[in-house]
Design a protein around this ligand. Structure first.
Ligand SMILES: Cc1cc2nc3c(=O)[nH]c(=O)nc-3n(C[C@H](O)[C@H](O)[C@H](O)COP(=O)(O)OP(=O)(O)OC[C@H]3O[C@@H](n4cnc5c(N)ncnc54)[C@H](O)[C@@H]3O)c2cc1C
Length: 232
C-alpha cells in the first residue's frame, strides 16, 4: 500500500499577461474603450472589474487543474456545477494489477497527525518504519491511536479488495475501497468559478482534506495570477 500526500497541478498554465489581455479585450467591450485608455494599464483595468464586481468578464478564461486527492475530497470537488470533470475510474482501473504495483494508493489524511507517507506492505511494516524514522517515538505497539487505526483499516481494505479482484471484477471489488483512496480529477473551470470555489472551500468550516487541496491551489494561483486571485 502506498500512502501519498495530496497535490494540485495546473495543466499547461498560461502567463498571467495572456489571461489578463483576453479578459481586458472582452471587458472593454462593455465600455467601448480601447486597451491603453483609462484606466491605463491592463492590470488596473482588470483590478477595477474585480473590485466593481463585474465578475462575468472573468468567465472568458479558464484553468484546468489536476487534483490528486482522496475520494472523499473528490466527492466534494465535483459538487461544484459550473465545471467540466474527468476522474480516475475505479471500474476501469484494477489496482491489483502490476500497472498499479499490485497495491492501493491512499491519501495521507489531513486530520490525523503523524501519518507517514511511503510504501508499506503491512501494519507491522508501517510500525517498524515508524520506529526507524522516529527513534524516540512512543510505543508503536499501541494500536489505539488514530494513526495506527487508520493504517490498519487501509491495509484491511486493501486485502479485501485484492481478494475480491481475484474472484470478481474491479467494479464489484471497488465496493470495499475506502474514501481515503487516492483519486485523480481533472477539473476545468472559468476564473470566476475558481475564485468562488477556492473562497468557499478554504473556510474553516470545510473538511480538512478539501481545505488542504484548495489551500494548495490558492497558493499556486496566487503566485501565478496575483491580479486575479490575491484578493480572495
Ligand atoms: C462547509 C460545507 C458543508 C457542506 N455540507 C454539505 C452536506 O452536508 N451535504 C451536501 O449535500 N452538500 C454539502 N455541501 C455542498 C454545498 O451544499 C454545495 O453543493 C457545494 O458547496 C457547491 O457550491 P455552490 O452551491 O456554491 O454551487 P456551485 O455549483 O459551485 O455553483 C456556483 C454558483 O452558481 C450558482 N448556481 C449554480 N447552480 C445553480 C442553480 N441550480 N440555481 C441557482 N444558482 C446556481 C450559485 O450562485 C452558486 O453559488 C457543503 C459545502 C460546504 C462549503
Amino acid at each position: 500500500m502506498f500512502i501519498v500526500p495530496p497535490s494540485v497541478q495546473i495543466y499547461e498554465p498560461k502567463e498571467e499577461e495572456e489571461l489578463l489581455r483576453h479578459i481586458e479585450v472582452c471587458g472593454r467591450t462593455a465600455y467601448q474603450t480601447e486597451p491603453g485608455t483609462k484606466p491605463e494599464d491592463v492590470n488596473s483595468f482588470v483590478k477595477s472589474l474585480i473590485s466593481k464586481g463585474h465578475l462575468s468578464v472573468l468567465e472568458h478564461e479558464s484553468l484546468t487543474v489536476f487534483f490528486v486527492c482522496s475520494r472523499a475530497t473528490g466527492n466534494q470537488i465535483v459538487r461544484h456545477r459550473i465545471a467540466a470533470y474527468t476522474q480516475e475510474s475505479a471500474r476501469f482501473c484494477n489496482y491489483s494489477l502490476g500497472k498499479f504495483g499490485n497495491e492501493l494508493c491512499v491519501i495521507r489524511p489531513a486530520s490525523i497527525p503523524g501519518v507517514m507517507t511511503g510504501r508499506f506492505s503491512s501494519l507491522q511494516a508501517y510500525k517498524t518504519e515508524r520506529t526507524l524514522r522516529f527513534v524516540n517515538s512512543e510505543d508503536p505497539d499501541e494500536l489505539f491511536t488514530p494513526e495506527l487505526m487508520w493504517v490498519d483499516a487501509m491495509i484491511s481494505a486493501e486485502i479485501g479488495y485484492k481478494n475480491l479482484c481475484s474472484l470478481t471484477s474491479p467494479e464489484t471489488a471497488r465496493g470495499v475501497l475506502p474514501l481515503d483512496l487516492k483519486t485523480t480529477i481533472a477539473a476545468t473551470m472559468n476564473i470566476r468559478q475558481w475564485r468562488h470555489v477556492i473562497k468557499q472551500r478554504i473556510s474553516l468550516t470545510c473538511s480538512p482534506g478539501m481545505r488542504e487541496s484548495m489551500s494548495m491551489l490558492l497558493l499556486e494561483v496566487n503566485g501565478r495570477y496575483p491580479i486575479l486571485f490575491s484578493n480572495l
